[in-house]
Design a protein around this ligand. Structure first.
Ligand SMILES: Cc1cc2nc3c(=O)[nH]c(=O)nc-3n(C[C@H](O)[C@H](O)[C@H](O)COP(=O)(O)O)c2cc1C
Length: 367
């Protein structure tokens, strides 16, 4: 059985244990995307809690690519200074931190971006029900450049790695999905063309950060939406990314349109845990980079079993309730306290992240 608390490598980066904090939107940035003290402190707390690698919540690469309000921005050079405070805080606490970068494409709201959401094809977005416009080829090129420039800022801000968001229905995933990509030019019409945008983003990002900087991706293995990305195509994309030099793949799945089969599913018992493990193991067989499996990990023993088949596991909701979960597992605890109720916000989404169960407890204690 593989050990959770043994190091592994992503390119030259040695990560001290197999537990990764999966990207989690914190809702703790100013309206212009600047990280607040609360965000810096929350990420510092996670580092103190012993997690091997922290991935920040998704940061937008262009204002038109925002996914939610109060999201962190990495869209302008002026963000490098404020973002450096995150990497400093995490490093001071002995941790490692990657930044996840995203363009939401058509999966956002006009009111949040101040204009019409744009995606691979004109349609009503299956999850957000907004009218989406079709990106021109020139606009696609600009977005690819914006990914590269954002990645260069992540590196300049002292982060240990950059993660591309290629999952959960956002722009890279929209290009991969036959449901949202109905283009007939070089970016659509067949699986190889649908994957071109992801490959172009990787190649531009690599150019921007150089050969030794870790660039990895959170990738949908399948969308679980009728007509969306199927596992067979997801495997081919993972293989294509590996052949083009991606340094790691975090395997996820589902989109907000997938209902119960979304990325953040209900987990009640041990058999519900690791719901993308089968897909991650299939991907592991066709790639040469490390594979991280996210989705529903709640018990130390289930994670230990999974580590026979994948390199690391990533968790999101359990770290909202217990930022020190890694240290707890190291000390011998078995179960995370998270019950997957998906009430991970303080007061609606406006106040940012916070465990609903912990808040209920505090309210009771205060009478
Ligand atoms: C409040 C919240 C915010 C999330 N934000 C992101 C995000 O910014 N980027 C991302 O890739 N996934 C995001 N996710 C999905 C999680 O990273 C993860 O893939 C999913 O919740 C399954 O893992 P878990 O069972 O450990 O929570 C978010 C999930 C939650 C609950």
């Amino acid at each position: 059985m593989a050990e959770i608390f043994t190091p592994w490598k992503m390119k030259d980066l040695t990560i001290p244990n197999r537990l990764v904090r999966s990207a989690t939107w914190e809702g703790l940035a100013e309206a212009d995307g600047t990280p607040t003290h609360d965000l810096i402190n929350a990420l510092g707390d996670l580092a103190e809690g012993g997690v091997g690698l922290i991935i920040t919540g998704y940061a937008f690469i262009l204002p038109e690519g925002r996914g939610l309000p109060k999201q962190t921005g990495v869209h302008i050079d002026a963000m490098v200074g404020p973002l450096t405070r995150i990497s400093d805080a995490v490093h001071k606490a002995g941790g490692l931190v990657a930044m996840q970068i995203v363009h939401a494409g058509g999966q956002t709201k006009a009111e949040w971006i101040g204009g019409q959401p744009m995606g691979p094809s004109a349609m009503v977005n299956p999850a957000f029900k907004e009218e989406v416009g079709e990106l021109s080829l020139m606009h696609i090129e600009d977005i690819i450049d914006a990914f590269a420039m954002a990645a260069a800022r992540v590196k300049a801000a002292g982060f240990d790695a950059v993660q591309l968001h290629g999952a959960h229905g956002y722009l890279i995933n929209q290009f991969l999905s036959p449901l949202t990509n109905r283009r007939e030019d070089d970016y659509g019409g067949n699986p190889a063309n649908r994957a071109r945008f992801a490959y172009d983003v990787l190649s531009a990002t690599r150019q921007a950060v150089g050969p030794r900087y870790p660039v990895f991706i959170k990738l949908n293995s399948a969308d679980y939406v009728e007509g969306g990305l199927a596992l067979e195509e997801g495997l081919a994309v993972a293989q294509g990314l590996s052949q083009r030099g991606i340094d790691g793949i975090e395997v996820s799945g589902g989109t907000p349109a997938a209902g119960k089969l979304s990325a953040s599913r209900v987990v009640k018992e041990a058999s519900d845990e690791g719901y993308f493990l089968t897909n991650a193991v299939a991907i592991k067989k066709v790639v040469s980079c490390p594979v991280i499996c996210v989705g529903g990990w709640r018990s130390r023993s289930e994670v230990e079993k999974a580590l026979d088949q994948v390199d690391a596991v990533a968790l999101s909701r359990p770290f909202i309730r217990q930022p020190d979960l890694a240290n707890r597992w190291k000390a011998g605890e078995e179960k995370a306290a998270c019950i997957s109720c998906n009430q991970c916000f303080k007061v609606g989404m406006k106040q940012g992240l916070g465990c609903g169960q912990e808040l209920k407890k505090q309210e009771k204690e205060q009478g």
